[in-house]
Design a protein around this ligand. Sequence first.
Ligand SMILES: Cc1cc2nc3c(=O)[nH]c(=O)nc-3n(C[C@H](O)[C@H](O)[C@H](O)COP(=O)(O)OP(=O)(O)OC[C@H]3O[C@@H](n4cnc5c(N)ncnc54)[C@H](O)[C@@H]3O)c2cc1C
Length: 385
Amino acid sequence: MEDHHSHEQRQVVDLVRRFNDNEIRPRAEQIHQDDTFPRDLWDKMAGLGLMGIGIPPEYGGSGGDLMTAVLAIQAIRDCAGLALSYGAHLNLCAHNILRSGTREQKARFLPGLASGHRIGALAITEPDAGSDATAIRTKARRDGDFYVLDGTKTFITNAPVADLVVIYAKTNPEAGAMGISAFVVPAGSPGFSVSRELRKMGHHGSPTGEIILDSCRVPAENLLGRENMGIQVMMAGLDVERAFFAGAAIGLAERAMELALDYARQRSQFGRPLARFQLIQTKLADMYTGIEAARGLAYRAVREAQEAERGGKGSPIHRLAAAALCFAAQTAENVVYESLQIHGGYGYMEEYEISRLYRDVRLFTIGAGTQEIRRLLIGRELLGL
Ligand SMILES: Cc1cc2nc3c(=O)[nH]c(=O)nc-3n(C[C@H](O)[C@H](O)[C@H](O)COP(=O)(O)OP(=O)(O)OC[C@H]3O[C@@H](n4cnc5c(N)ncnc54)[C@H](O)[C@@H]3O)c2cc1C
């Protein structure tokens, strides 16, 4: 816990850590085995006010800021799947509506999300448009008081359980990036369906799905931001998302280091605990150093993201948020790798928690823009390209 965190932020961290240790940890392995969304844990988290962090009380939220939300996701560190679903709901959906919605939209959508009764998601990615988000093919055409959406979205976190999805579609396909708009789409809308749930190597318990939009009718008042200006909503959202998910990667790395410390103390070879070997101590020292550095960078990006007037190309937060997630993801990869190494053959056995973390950590270099795209973005920003 950092000195500069407020009293309220420390209270939230204490609350979420207790919930993690008492309620999530004993269930984490079973959630991994079953790979089903733990709705009961979700509802308990909602009961603690976690689904409304960063959302003002006038919209049903529990207040707090982005940093509070980051500290919360970081503390949900024993079940990466639950943390991912939480992040998609709170940050990708609710915070995006808060940032870009009208007063009427916020009043209509946020209370249900903040209470956790409604689950949120965000859909950009399509089968042929991943890193190049401007290549999306989903189209939205105006029809009286409605927009009609047609297309397919894939890899969408929470899609199988979501009630509200922020969806990006082309309203002017000829205009490229300047022809994209964002919509808040209720899952019950005519023409909306989830075609299948996708099986993943990790992050079990977080349902991922494919969404089909087949002449899906969405009221015109659900347009988020201005027509054809969705790229602004998307880019501002992505900057915050990167800073936010750095917290999730750090939480997972912290857990992996904890496991390494415990194991190194308890396992003996050559007549003494592994912890006595300097080569093991070096690994532990590097884990600690990486995690501290990742926290410093991530927290700075989060502070700047919450102050930033706007994100996207040319704004300082654009490269800082990408750097924060790039570094946190690489650190988490290194820490989990070395923690498993310290566990030796036992770490390769599925009954050891570190083997689960090894599967989970892989996502952090891919989701929210890959490591390559984060570096491309930083390079371009530095060069002013
Ligand atoms: C578990 C999971 C959950 C997800 N949740 C969501 C969600 O909720 N909402 C959503 O919209 N999306 C979600 N995604 C999608 C995610 O954001 C994309 O997977 C990611 O952006 C990469 O796109 P892609 O998978 O199509 O890879 P591609 O874009 O096909 O990339 C493949 C490889 O090529 C590299 N590459 C691509 N372009 C370049 C380039 N110009 N230079 C160098 N290398 C390049 C990439 O870095 C990568 O290594 C999720 C993905 C996963 C796996």
